[in-house]
Design a protein around this ligand. Sequence first.
Ligand SMILES: Cc1cc2nc3c(=O)[nH]c(=O)nc-3n(C[C@H](O)[C@H](O)[C@H](O)COP(=O)(O)OP(=O)(O)OC[C@H]3O[C@@H](n4cnc5c(N)ncnc54)[C@H](O)[C@@H]3O)c2cc1C
Length: 486
Amino acid sequence: MSSCAIVWFRQDLRLGDNPALVDALNRGFAVVPVYIHAPGEEGKWPPGGATKFWLHQSLKSLDKDLHDHKSKLILRTAGSSLDELRKLIKETGATAVFWNRRYEPAAIERDTTIKESLTKADIEVHSYNASLLFEPWTIKNKSEKPFRVFTPYWRHCLSIAEPPHPVSKPEQIKAPAKFPHTIKLDELELEPKIKWAEGIREAWTPGEAGAHKQLEKLLENVLANYGEGRNRPDQVGVSRISPHLHFGEVSPRQIWHRVKHEVGTKRGAKAKEGAQIYLKEIVWREFAYHLLYHFPHTEHVPLDEKFRHFPFKRDARALKRWQKGLTGYPLVDAGMRELWHTGWMHNRVRMVVGSFLVKDLLLPWQAGAKWFWDTLVDADLASNTMGWQWVAGCGADAAPYYRVFNPTLQGKKFDPEGDYVRRWVPELAGLEGDKIHTPWLLSDEELEQAGIVLGKSYPTPIVDHSVARLRALDALKSIKEDTILK
Ligand SMILES: Cc1cc2nc3c(=O)[nH]c(=O)nc-3n(C[C@H](O)[C@H](O)[C@H](O)COP(=O)(O)OP(=O)(O)OC[C@H]3O[C@@H](n4cnc5c(N)ncnc54)[C@H](O)[C@@H]3O)c2cc1C
């Protein structure tokens, strides 16, 4: 009888391009696939409501795929993954544990302890890269330091060998003589008790098959126009693959090589251009992991130290209005409501709502990051941290703080007919064209015709953007002066 190994699934909820699974099988082990839910081990970032909902669906889908391979997913919930792995080793007689690496600071610390402890107990431990194109420690600048600016990082990535090709999905998964006990998926209590997640359920198909459908849609419908489409929240211009990537239902290597192969063989010049821009976005994700790996403290504090003492305000009412999409700025409100309803928001709108929180309302970027963490289905520590520090002007390669997004001009430029706002802010739907972006500038008659009572059916602006912009610049000056004085 062959010996058995535990394959510990984490953020790699797929069978394709899964090196931990494939290597365990190649070494002749019978495999016990395991998922351990241990939110207490995620440091300050246990999964939020939206990602828990996604996780439930994704685990269900993985279990089904394993059943199709005459295997099954063993679920456990634990305070300590190490204790649970030890129990599983005892129950199954496993002599090895295989997993794909994670790169968040708390996960690295936990995995290092587990590896040391199991190795000491004579259990083989094998870990692999399955969620990045390049290991973060292999990418260095000419001075052997980590990159802090994207463009040279991107150029460097292009100058080194192509990311490895994905490994194939196993045809068979050798099962142990007897599977250990599994708890029921519902016992993980990942789905919300109240029905707020119905919009998310409608909008997405979590799981590996859903991820690959999304990839096909990218190739069929999105890539050729990605250069422009990626800025247009009113169009289907982006791949919406981020939650699938976060949960590892598809790997960046699969995306990289599929996009390259497709445009290399079949598609036209526009798709080639779109593909180049798209792959650059995938490398932005890599850059986020590169930053978090090399500067782990940035999950809480700005990379740019002078922003540590930025004079942010505490204003719970303003924060609530932002969270609920009631700021009186239609593009901001549309984004925040799209987020609440579907668990996702277009990147252009993330930048606008982020800038609005940090610069117009002078609220700390950490408050925005926390809200996104709880409401995004793609909430990802590396990308969320980088995204928020970018909008706040305090991260690597950040937008300079003094460049303040104008939510009205952004709306007119990237949602020119107002369709995006009309969809998510239905109380403004009676307004035609780009007037929808400035209801406060309309005459009483125009508002009445559209059935809008400003201040009642839709809020008046929470701040005057032009005044708020100057206040933000003053705040910036104050920290610059502080720095000079020091
Ligand atoms: C304030 C803020 C917070 C963010 N929080 C997250 C987060 O928690 N999780 C997350 O996955 N992304 C985050 N992003 C990045 C980006 O908005 C999303 O990755 C993107 O909107 C996902 O949609 P998509 O898959 O259609 O993207 P596409 O435009 O189709 O891009 C393809 C993929 O490239 C990667 N990518 C694209 N843009 C970025 C970027 N700016 N940074 C990092 N990766 C990128 C993503 O993996 C994305 O799925 C954040 C951005 C901002 C400004």
